[in-house]
Design a protein around this ligand. Structure first.
Ligand code: CDP
Ligand code: CDP
Length: 216
């Protein structure tokens, strides 16, 4: 089984790259951030206390996977709630098996998997065949996320999105359990001045070098 791990801060372009690589290589794709967002949204909808770690872990263990396709998980509120519950070890443990099983046995008998998140290369799949750490400047990431949110009709502005991203990155990077950090053996891709195609081509070069797949 071939596993590609893609990590990095919010709105760096992880998902876009991971999805495209998976399609190109005929691999399965898992957006692990959606799992944490779904837990965050479940707590928000239940009106639960976002500091109640025991309840959050219970909800993560009983997660309704249909929420992964619900657009409501894409709001910045769900993202912020996600990063709060993501700091709880019980929540991370509850979601770990599902992610590892996906990587070990991708659906539909596919020959590999691409997972994107924060701790894929460090905790979920430390033996991944290829690890890529995708990043970009705070302002670039906020601009990209703002465009997405406005396109979805959400009412927000640049300063709010930038502050939300920074708060989330700070929380993700400073938590004791599975913090956001570049794995020692991850390749760094800074997408600040690169469009999606350029980033994809750079990743394909890494794929070819490390896995021997020939980019087309
Ligand atoms: O998964 P992550 O939150 O890291 O980011 P994403 O959802 O892949 O990308 C966030 C937004 O930035 C999307 O709208 C992408 O189309 C856009 N993007 C971009 O404009 N240029 C890139 N090099 C990468 C992503
Ligand atoms: O799309 P964006 O990059 O903004 O965020 P996401 O990938 O959907 O992740 C939402 C939140 O889930 C992050 O801010 C992290 O707190 C958490 N997360 C995590 O802790 N570990 C992962 N493997 C993926 C996401």
């Amino acid at each position: 089984m071939t596993v590609i791990a893609i990590d990095g801060p919010a709105a760096a372009g992880k998902g876009t790259l991971a999805r495209r690589l998976a399609r190109h290589l005929g691999f399965a794709f898992l957006d692990t951030g959606a799992l944490y967002r779904a837990v965050g949204l479940t707590l928000l909808r239940a009106g639960a206390d976002l500091d109640n770690a025991a309840e959050a872990a219970r909800m993560a263990a009983d997660l309704d996977l249909r929420l992964l396709d619900d657009d409501a998980i894409r709001s910045e509120d769900a993202g912020s709630a996600a990063s709060r519950v993501a700091a709880m070890p019980g929540v991370r443990t509850a979601l770990l098996d599902l992610q590892r099983r996906f990587a070990a046995t991708p659906p539909d008998g596919l020959a590999g998997a691409v997972l994107d998140g924060r701790d894929i290369g460090t905790v979920v799949c430390p033996h991944a065949d290829l690890k890529i750490y995708v990043t970009a400047s705070d302002e670039t990431r906020a601009r990209r996320r703002l465009a997405e949110l406005l396109a979805k009709g959400q009412n927000t502005d640049f300063d709010t999105v930038l502050a939300d991203l920074r708060a989330r990155d700070q929380r993700d990077a400073s938590r004791p359990t599975a913090p956001l950090v570049q794995a020692a053996d991850a390749h760094l891709l800074d997408t600040t001045n690169s469009d999606i195609e350029t980033v994809f081509q750079a990743a394909l070069t890494l794929v070819e070098r490390t896995l021997g797949h020939r980019p087309q």
